[in-house]
Write a protein that binds this ligand. Structure first.
Ligand code: SAH
Length: 394
């Protein structure tokens, strides 16, 4: 989202003050240990500093009391923990909180916290905008600006904990994290994987791998990297049971069609624990992908894949031609999938106050792809998506 220029100039320090120092916020344990070795220190300093940053919410070296004064002084000119600035905070009646975080002078990204009875989920962004142009997705209509860096992604978790007033190890209000905000996380693995590792690291946030979910439109080479490099939970934005339809909804399907994507999902679950599965996201678009024949095709497509299907009633946004499937169509669709042996959940309709609230923070991405930039609202989609995937994870 683009900030008004006058707002941006007031809030962001000039670049010169922010450069030439190493930012520790987005480093996973291996990177941090390598950094300390590089500056002539013992690698175990990494875990000490990680605990201060992520578990205690500390960004000032002087507060890191188990580091010697000499080390603290040494670190000051070399490194820092860049504190993200929250430029807007919005509360929903149902407890959802949305933060707008500035990332540079032209753009800001969102993180959404969704509290539920037995868990609290944070939905984080991985890119400013999105390049994939899925036709039903409002973020896709905004255009793409850039990848977020690791620190900017980690900053969303750090800032959310701070804003909630909790220290993750003492009070875990954020129990689950999903990469389902703006952007395609698997087109930015250089920066999303270290953050996923941090989320699961006992010296940082210590979430189990079942509680960290990467959602992708289907970037197959990166799906193949997950198991070896980060081993998080996986959600696939499938949305169609055949290539012809999926090409129109999720254009990256032209590059990685279903006959390439589906085998990669089998590879992902292969050799995992007995409950390992893929969450299949399927947005319900009236008369587009919600017909009886689509449901049968989906059953045939998913076959024996260990998966859970989340049907997501479409959230309309300005300038879209799609509409939400009727409840009857959704129930009929669900029944066919279940008869076919699939595990299915449907998002329950939520209070209207969320949609109303979301509109207030709608903004723009400063689009480098020079596409037409629309004013959009993507938060409802993010929220619904999160709620659906939550049904597939502990
Ligand atoms: N690029 C990744 C992560 C972004 S989350 C991905 O494609 O998975 C995107 C999710 O938001 C999609 O799975 C989709 O289910 C959901 N979504 C996007 N626009 C939506 C809309 N208008 N209504 C309902 N869900 C939407």
């Amino acid at each position: 989202m683009e900030l008004a220029d006058n707002q941006a100039s007031k809030k962001i320090p000039p670049p010169i003050e922010r450069c030439n120092k190493v930012d520790l916020l987005g480093m996973d344990r291996e990177m941090m240990a390598a950094y300390f070795v590089e500056i002539g220190e013992k690698p175990f300093r990494a875990t000490q500093v990680m605990k201060w940053i992520h578990q205690m919410g500390v960004s000032d070296f002087d507060e890191m009391t188990n580091l010697s004064k000499a080390l603290r002084e040494k670190l000051k000119p070399l490194a820092y923990i860049r504190t993200p600035k929250i430029i807007a905070e919005q509360y929903s009646e149902d407890g959802t909180i949305k933060w707008l975080l500035e990332v540079d002078q032209k753009n800001a990204v969102e993180a959404v916290f969704i509290p539920e009875k037995n868990r609290g989920t944070l939905c984080i962004s991985s890119q400013v905008g999105c390049a994939l142009e899925c036709s039903f997705c409002s973020t896709g209509q905004q255009g793409f600006n850039r990848n977020l860096e690791s620190w900017e992604i980690a900053a969303q978790m750090w800032a959310a904990n701070k804003a909630l007033g909790c220290k993750p190890k003492e009070e875990r209000r954020i129990s689950n994290v999903v990469f389902m905000g703006m952007g395609e996380p698997l087109l930015n693995v250089t920066h999303t994987f270290p953050v996923a590792r941090l989320l699961m690291d006992d010296f940082a946030y210590g979430l189990s791998k079942r509680r960290v979910t990467i959602s992708t439109a289907g970037v197959v080479p990166a799906i193949d990297k997950i198991k070896a490099e980060v081993d998080v939970s996986l959600a696939i934005s499938l949305h169609a049971p055949n290539n012809a339809l999926r090409n129109t909804l999720v254009p990256i399907n032209k590059k990685y069609p279903l006959e390439v994507l589906i085998p990669s999902l089998y590879r992902y679950v292969e050799g995992g624990h007995s409950k390992k599965h893929v969450t299949i996201e399927y947005v319900m678009l009236d008369q587009v992908n919600d017909r009886v024949e689509h449901a049968h095709e989906l059953v045939a497509l998913l076959g024996e894949l260990p998966c859970k299907v989340n049907l997501i009633p479409f959230n309309p946004f300005p300038n879209t031609d799609y509409t939400r499937s009727s409840n009857n169509a959704i129930h009929r669709f669900r029944a066919i999938l279940e008869e076919g042996g699939l595990n299915v959940t449907v998002r329950k309709t939520r209070g209207e106050d969320i949609d109303a609230a979301c509109g207030q923070l709608a903004g723009k991405v400063s689009d480098r792809t020079k596409r037409t930039v629309h004013r959009v609202e993507f938060d409802a989609a993010a929220r619904n998506d999160v709620l659906d995937v939550l049904k597939g994870v502990p």
